[in-house]
Design a protein around this ligand. Sequence first.
Ligand SMILES: *[C@@H]1O[C@H](CO)[C@@H](O)[C@H](O)[C@H]1NC(C)=O
Ligand SMILES: *[C@@H]1O[C@H](CO)[C@@H](O)[C@H](O)[C@H]1NC(C)=O
Ligand SMILES: *[C@@H]1O[C@H](CO)[C@@H](O)[C@H](O)[C@H]1NC(C)=O
Length: 371
Amino acid sequence: MFGLPRPLLAAACLYLLLPGGESRFPAYYNGFHYQDISNGNGNGEIYFDGVRLLVESQQPAVSATRGSSVTLPCHYHYEPELAKPRRTRVKWSWIPANAITAPVQTKASARETEVMVAMGTRHRSYGSFKGRVRLRRSAPGDMSLVINELQLNDTGTYRCEVIDGLEDESVTVELDLRGVVFPYFSQKGRYHYNFFAAQQACQDQDATLATFEQLFSEWEEGLDWCNAGWMADGTVQYPITIARAGCGGVDLAPGLRSYGQRHPFLHRYDAFCFSANVKGSVYFLKNATKLNFTEAVQACCSDGSHMAKVGQLYAAWRLKGLDRCDAGWLADGSVRYPITKARANCGPPEPGVRSFGFPPLNMKFGVYCYR
Ligand SMILES: *[C@@H]1O[C@H](CO)[C@@H](O)[C@H](O)[C@H]1NC(C)=O
Ligand SMILES: *[C@@H]1O[C@H](CO)[C@@H](O)[C@H](O)[C@H]1NC(C)=O
Ligand SMILES: *[C@@H]1O[C@H](CO)[C@@H](O)[C@H](O)[C@H]1NC(C)=O
């Protein structure tokens, strides 16, 4: 177990930003076959005409909200400018932020998958991006990628690659979503989930397993949680803001404590889930403060909605400022309430989503619905 103090993390971040991109992305196959452009004198030498292809992005990192559209900037041009346009191909590919890092792989070689390829006016998109992506083309050389209906799992590193005969240049853009990370454990108790069960548990709460970057920024916001949870990359970690015995000890600086990669089937922990903006709204049902769980399910239903999920309550709290000092049932059978302005009789002196865990289903509380 170790905790990365901030300076070390900062160094790690610097490393990621090294120019050239090669430190982060060692050799990869770009999926295109090069045209054979020789100088024609038969000695196999390649002709170089002194024109360089340059591919740039004005924004190395873009932050967006779930369900919205986002543009990842990418432009190319030639130096010196060409008199006659050349035929280029463009490929956008992607390393998901939730790519599992197998021990023998670097993150870079993990899973660079195709998002879209375009040649002239023709293009093709792949996988979950099918029908959701297009090139902006607002000016010559504008190959910015527009992604519609952003999903929780669209975060990661996108690469814009322009191929022109022998020249092949690329630039990367990071995409992250504004959201919130919360710890989640099973109704059956602590440390109950293997990796796949943790993945499912987050999904059931309208969330996804958190990435390192997401948990790190939640730790910066003050998340302190002394139970280890699965992360999207298959590691197990927990965030500590005040070093103490039993949570990695007092000798370690505050930070994310990591158990590293654990066995996805055999080892069991809690989960760190990431949730972002939801389209609907979460509300505390009026005039309904004494309901058992069955009655609570009914009450939301009669109000034309559903019981809220934990991820939806967290998103409403963090992103929409939901504040309500009344404990209410949620769909998973837990009881919680969201506080943005801490005050007397509403839990600890910091804002947060307060939890009563999973009380017996015959106990009486209010209910949070989602519509
Ligand atoms: C991403 O999330 C969407 C919607 O939740 C889901 O349909 C899709 O399969 C997920 N994609 C991946 C690669 O996990
Ligand atoms: C809630 O209760 C108050 C008084 O207890 C009443 O005036 C109000 O009409 C009730 N609202 C609903 C939606 O039942
Ligand atoms: C909740 O109360 C109703 C009666 O209003 C009862 O029929 C039901 O069994 C109760 N549910 C639980 C989980 O206690």
